[in-house]
Design a protein around this ligand. Structure first.
Ligand code: PLP
Length: 395
């Protein structure tokens, strides 16, 4: 079995599992209670908060645990709108309700924005991207307006790995008096992120993309922003996210952050080498193959280290995936979280790819366990599959 779908989710690290186990068994206290068992859980949550904060150079009290990246994204958008109706109102008393985002965001952003727009709560502008998936800061500058309450652009794209120019976008956004959120679910723990250097006000992240458990994530909220809770109830997370803490998931998230921080540099180097090897081997096997996303020398390192998204013109990605699966190799097509449904990708469409090339594109996402041998085997298997298809055996 060769797992090349790490952008969809990752295999949990042994040390993460070990950190979590006591909270599944003997340390089951509710962090809000007063006895020793409870304080063990509360201390574990506090330790995890410090581990998460450390990875992005945030302060501990700026980390708010959520059920994952999706909840954090929804909260960022809805929380900003709420602020636009209260503390961020314009001089003439009108609400700030314009949100700017990009066409290549994850559905956790795009579908939430659609809903907010449908309900008349927000006016949304989606920025285009170039053929490599980059947002152009001058496009942002031209659509910012006094009513803009929030700009939300992802740190790195989940399908094509494009790493966006966040610091530049933040500077423009702040000059216009709006907040900046970045969905960093794919970048967090994979490349260095420093919230103060980037200047972001809000950042979403998720544990299961970095060798941690599913169902745990966080929203970073810069300390001066009076963001309110999206979920009403108890006083957990300093009154900003009600509900008994997912102690197990939070502990796992913290341990995953510690692991990610310690191993990041080596992982990045290794994954970049393997990524480039896979691209090279695919091009040898199938010279017509076209890399999607950042590709020129100048933008090579602006692609996530583990991302290969490549088009096999004239071939069906769906069929290639099935044939790879039959050989024990797992990859994906279309959007990460929508694999299983092979709708053409909105990300590839936004980069200008034709509908045909869109349906002929595969994503291989490498992880810490990916080996050179696996990359070679995958390339060999692709070669055999493409031969079979040429000889009409694959259909
Ligand atoms: N944002 C991006 C860019 C993602 O890739 C994903 C998951 O694939 C999410 C958000 C959703 O995160 P979660 O699965 O933790 O809800």
């Amino acid at each position: 079995m060769i797992y090349l779908d790490n952008a969809a989710t990752t295999k949990m690290q042994e040390e993460v599992l070990e950190a979590m186990l006591p909270y599944l068994t003997e340390d089951y206290g509710n962090p809000s209670s007063v006895y020793v068992l409870a304080s063990k859980a509360a201390n574990a949550v506090a330790r995890a908060r410090a581990q998460v904060a450390d990875l992005i150079r945030a302060k501990e009290h700026e980390i708010f645990f959520t059920s994952g990246g999706t909840e954090a994204d929804n909260w960022a958008l809805q929380g900003a709108l709420l602020l636009g109706r209260t503390s961020m109102r314009m001089a003439d008393g009108r609400n700030k309700k314009h949100i700017i985002s990009s066409r290549i965001e994850h559905h956790a952003i795009l579908h939430c924005l659609e809903r907010l727009e449908e309900e008349g709560l927000a006016e949304v502008t989606l920025l285009p991207v170039d053929e490599e998936g980059f947002v152009d800061p001058s496009d942002l500058a031209s659509v910012l307006r006094p009513e803009t309450v929030l700009v939300s652009v992802m740190a790195a794209n989940n399908e094509i790995g494009t790493i966006e120019p966040i610091a530049e976008l933040v500077a423009l956004t702040h000059k216009a008096g709006a907040l900046f959120h970045t969905d960093a679910v794919q970048a967090f723990g994979q490349i260095p992120l420093d919230v103060r250097e980037l200047g972001v006000d809000l950042m979403s992240a998720s544990a299961h993309k970095i060798y941690g458990p599913k169902g745990a994530g966080m929203l970073y909220i810069q300390e001066s922003i009076p963001f309110r809770s999206m979920i009403q109830g108890g006083p957990q997370e300093k009154n900003r996210r009600a509900g008994t803490e997912n102690v197990l998931g939070i502990v796992g998230f913290g341990a995953a952050c510690a692991y990610a921080g310690r191993t990041m540099e080596d992982r990045m180097t290794r994954e970049r080498q393997l990524r480039d090897l896979l691209i090279k081997r695919i091009r040898e096997i199938f010279p017509a193959a076209k890399l999607n996303g950042p590709q020129s020398e100048g933008t090579r390192d602006l692609r996530l280290p583990g991302n290969v998204n490549i088009c096999f013109p004239g071939k069906s990605a769906e069929l290639l995936l099935i044939m790879l699966d039959a050989k024990g190799i797992m990859a994906s097509a279309g959007s990460a979280c929508a694999s299983g449904s092979l709708d053409p990708s909105h990300v590839l469409a936004a980069t200008g790819l034709s509908a045909d090339d869109n349906r002929a594109s595969l994503r291989f996402s490498l992880g810490e366990e990916t080996s050179r041998g696996e990359i070679e085997k995958t390339a060999d298997a692709l070669g055999r599959i493409l031969d079979e298809l040429r000889n009409g055996q694959g259909v």
